[in-house]
Design a protein around this ligand. Structure first.
Ligand code: 4AD
Ligand code: MG
Length: 472
């Protein structure tokens, strides 16, 4: 056994095997059996190792294989090592296939068929979420996983090529970056004892000597670094205890947050637009097989639409113009439209799908519905907010130019019923070398949904955390 595992070094990934010219060369493969079929002369396996959507076909010549009883446990889901020779495939679906050498298939871990949950049929995504330990072995979740990987890398590449520093902002924090009170508390206080005693918690006895929480955003700390390194970004997990059970909300999601000093709202929009187009182009180029799969099975026409968007110019409108467009449309909405209301996802979809037929960047929202840190406009009614909306999803980016004037910032914090004391260092940053600066947050799972067409955000993250659900 140990000796055989050394094959790891020699074995090739299936993606790389498909690049080879088949000429009877010996090729070792390691992976999991997706399907097993049998004819009079042959047994056919499809083996997948996660490097491609389509696995490689392994053909066993029953007459010359030798001891066929060793293949009895070679069933769907089993882990196998295969020694074979690479030949051109007579089938039209693949260029090459492997002819197993005599006794060349070693079942490393079998998979009892009676209860293997992945049958050769379409399973619902709801069902697959219940078996998240096996779902990456399906075509869809495998493809999502590869696209997610490619997009992560593309995101780093975009910023690294433009001289942005990658900053690791804290996960545990004492400040509410959005001021929206949607934080998960982190504590080592004995909660059940406290509940029994009926006493209120003494936070001086808590781990950090004060109430602390999981971060909702790395923005405030990213601003600190932008005000010394000019252009920075974070890419990390963020947490929101919002009780919204929708197909676009998670309690734990990943966010990319660039922050740029000497950068106003127009500069912010330029970066956001370039950034999204770069991610789309890279994914279309580097994940062709998976993107064709999404185009065929998940969201028809998505390839054309993403291609078009990646070459288009995004519409830029103000909130006031957006409200006017919605009012003028005469369309009926569940939430009636009026200046001052927050845009609901039905409005965002209408703007992107019906009015503008593509991504829209909306700026200058009423100050009452946006966070305390956004720069107050001269009208004193609106702030330099920036939301990027896309078809099918609505908001995928939320950002703004930041309030860099100390006195205005303090006033805004007070107006929002927050305590300036809690934000003392954020305010202090405006005392020394303050400068107009801007940034935004892209919800990573939202943009993956946009690119793949996947309807539910729970299916584009390996292990979704939502209300009442933290299994795996
Ligand atoms: O609009 P949000 O709340 O903005 C911020 O957190 C800012 N601090 C970002 C910044 O300016 N640096 O969130 C940004 C994005 C949203 O547009 C959305 O894509 C995503 O994060 N998002 C969520 N994604 C999944 N589940 C949730 N519960 C989300 N909440 C926000
Ligand atoms: Mg937002």
């Amino acid at each position: 056994m140990m000796g055989r595992m050394n094959e790891h070094k020699k074995s090739l990934r299936i993606r790389d095997i498909f690049q080879l010219e088949p000429k009877n060369q010996e090729v070792p493969v390691q992976g999991w059996i997706r399907t097993r079929r049998e004819s009079k002369q042959n047994i056919f396996f499809e083996i997948n190792d996660g490097s491609t959507l389509k696995g490689i076909q392994v053909v066993v010549d029953k007459e010359n294989y030798g001891d066929l009883s060793s293949l009895e446990s070679a069933n769907n889901g089993a882990a196998v090592e295969v020694q074979g020779t690479l030949v051109a495939s007579p089938g039209k679906n693949q260029r090459s296939e492997l002819l197993a050498k005599p006794e060349g298939i070693h079942v490393v871990g079998d998979s009892p068929q009676e209860n293997y949950p992945l049958q050769k049929k379409r399973h619902s995504f709801e069902f697959l979420r219940e078996i998240a330990h096996l779902r990456p072995r399906t075509n869809t979740l495998g493809a999502v996983s590869r696209v997610r990987n490619t997009m992560s890398f593309a995101i780093h590449r975009f910023f690294q090529e433009r001289g942005f520093q990658y900053i690791h902002t804290p996960i545990i924090t004492a400040s509410d970056a959005e001021g929206a009170g949607e934080m998960f508390q982190v504590t080592t206080l004995p909660i059940s004892d406290l509940a029994k005693s009926g006493k209120s918690p003494d936070y001086q006895q808590d781990f950090f000597g004060r109430p602390s929480f999981l971060t909702v955003s790395g923005q405030l700390e990213a601003e600190i670094y932008a005000l010394s390194m000019k252009n920075v970004y974070t890419f990390g997990p963020t947490f929101r205890a919002e009780n919204s059970n929708t197909s676009r909300h998670l309690a734990e999601f990943w966010m990319i947050e660039p922050e740029m000093a000497f950068c106003d709202i127009d500069c912010n929009m330029d970066v956001a637009e370039d950034f999204i187009k770069f991610i789309l182009k890279t994914t279309l180029e580097e994940r062709e097989e998976d993107m064709n799969f999404f185009n065929q099975w998940i969201e028809k026409g998505i390839l054309d639409s993403l291609q078009r968007v990646s070459e288009s110019t995004f519409h830029r409108i103000t909130y006031t113009e957006a409200i006017k467009a919605l009012e003028d449309s005469g369309a009926k909405f569940d939430y009636p439209v009026s200046w001052g209301m927050d845009l609901q996802s039905e409005h965002e979809k209408y703007l992107t799908e019906v009015v503008y037929k593509g991504p829209v960047m909306v700026t200058d929202y009423p100050k009452e519905i946006k966070a305390f840190y956004m720069k107050l406009n001269d009208d004193e009614k609106t702030v330099g907010a920036l939301d990027v909306l896309v078809p099918r999803l609505g908001e995928i980016i939320g950002g703004s130019q930041r309030e860099h004037r100390k006195d205005v910032l303090i006033r805004r914090i007070q107006e929002m019923d927050l305590d300036p004391e809690d934000y003392w260092w954020y305010i202090d940053l405006r005392t020394y070398g303050t400068v107009p600066h801007s940034g935004f947050g892209l919800g990573f799972e939202r943009v993956i949904q946009y690119v793949t067409g996947m309807q539910n955000i729970r299916d584009v993250i390996p292990f979704p955390r939502t209300v009442n659900s933290a299994e795996f």
